[in-house]
Design a binder for this molecule. Structure first.
Ligand SMILES: NC(=O)c1ccc[n+]([C@@H]2O[C@H](COP(=O)([O-])OP(=O)(O)OC[C@H]3O[C@@H](n4cnc5c(N)ncnc54)[C@H](OP(=O)(O)O)[C@@H]3O)[C@@H](O)[C@H]2O)c1
Length: 211
C-alpha cells in the first residue's frame, strides 16, 4: 500500500519505518525536502520525499504528523480534494506550551480531530497514535505486554483498516467511538506526558483491562 505521511518529525519517521518494515511504500511530506535526503537514502527504495501536497496525493492512506497548531493550515493549503475517500490517520495533538505549561488549545466541546474531519468532509479521519510517545509507536516492548491504542472515527471500514495497521505494529486497539471521541483522546496525550515528566520515565503506554 502507498502511505503518504504529512510530517518530517519523530512521529513521521517512526511510523514511516514501521510501514516500510511491513512492506509498504512511504512518502514523507515536508516544506523542506532537502533535510530528508539522508533519511531517504538510509530508508531505501520504498521511501520518497515530497511536498505536503505530493504526500497527500501519493497516499492511499494518509497520516497526519504535523505540528498540531499548523495542521489545519497544511490541510487548507493542500485542499480537501486530495483527501477525499481516503483513510486519514490523525496522530496530531492541539498542544500549547504557553507559560511553560503543556495544555490543549481546545477541548471539552470540540477537538482537533473533529476540526480536521470538518475540513476534509469526504475523507475518513481516524484519531490514532496521539496518546503515546513516538519511540513506542511501532513494536512496543513493555513488561505488561502489548499496550492498547485508542482510536476514534466515523467510518467503520477506515477504523478496521487502521486497526489492522496498528495491530501489525504490535498494539491492541480500543475503538472509542466516533470522531467526537477525539475530545477524550487528545487529553490522554497530556496525561501520558505528565506521567513522564513526574516519573522521569518515558516507557509507558495505556491498556484497557476488560472484564
Ligand atoms: N513526538 C511525539 O512523541 C508525539 C506523540 C504523539 C503525537 N504527537 C503529535 O504528532 C504530531 C507530530 O509530532 P512530531 O513530534 O513528530 O513533530 P512536530 O515537531 O510536532 O511537527 C513537525 C512537523 O510539523 C510541521 N510544521 C511545523 N510548523 C509548521 C508550520 N508553521 N506550517 C506547516 N508545517 C509545520 C513540520 O514541517 P517541516 O517538515 O516542513 O519542518 C514537521 O513536518 C504533533 O501534532 C504532535 O503533537 C507527537
Amino acid at each position: 500500500m502507498k502511505i503518504g505521511i504529512l510530517g518530517s518529525g519523530s512521529v513521521a519517521q517512526t511510523l514511516a519505518a514501521g510501514f516500510v518494515s511491513r512492506g509498504h511504500d512511504v512518502m514523507l511530506g515536508t516544506r523542506d525536502a532537502k533535510k530528508l535526503a539522508q533519511w531517504q537514502a538510509d530508508t531505501g527504495a520504498k521511501a520518497s520525499v515530497g511536498s505536503f501536497a505530493d504526500a497527500a496525493a501519493y497516499g492511499e492512506v494518509i497520516v497526519l504528523a504535523t505540528l498540531g497548531t499548523a495542521t489545519l493550515d497544511v490541510i487548507g493549503q493542500i485542499g480537501a480534494a486530495a483527501f477525499a475517500g481516503k483513510t486519514v490517520m490523525d496522530a496530531t495533538n492541539p498542544l500549547s506550551h504557553d507559560g511553560g505549561e503543556l495544555s490543549l488549545t481546545l477541548g471539552f466541546s470540540d477537538s482537533l480531530g473533529e476540526q480536521i474531519q470538518r475540513a476534509i468532509p469526504d475523507a475518513h479521519v481516524v484519531k490514532v497514535y496521539n496518546s503515546v510517545g513516538a519511540p513506542l509507536m511501532v513494536d512496543p516492548k513493555l513488561p505488561g505486554g502489548p499496550p492498547d491504542m485508542f482510536i476514534a472515527g466515523n467510518d467503520a471500514q477506515a477504523k478496521q483498516r487502521v486497526t489492522t495497521i496498528v495491530e501489525a505494529f504490535g498494539w491492541g486497539v480500543v475503538d472509542a467511538g466516533g470522531i467526537e471521541a477525539a475530545r477524550l483522546l487528545e487529553p490522554l496525550c497530556i496525561l501520558w506526558v505528565d506521567y513522564g515528566v513526574r516519573t522521569g520515565t518515558w516507557n509507558h503506554a495505556f491498556k484497557l483491562l476488560r472484564g
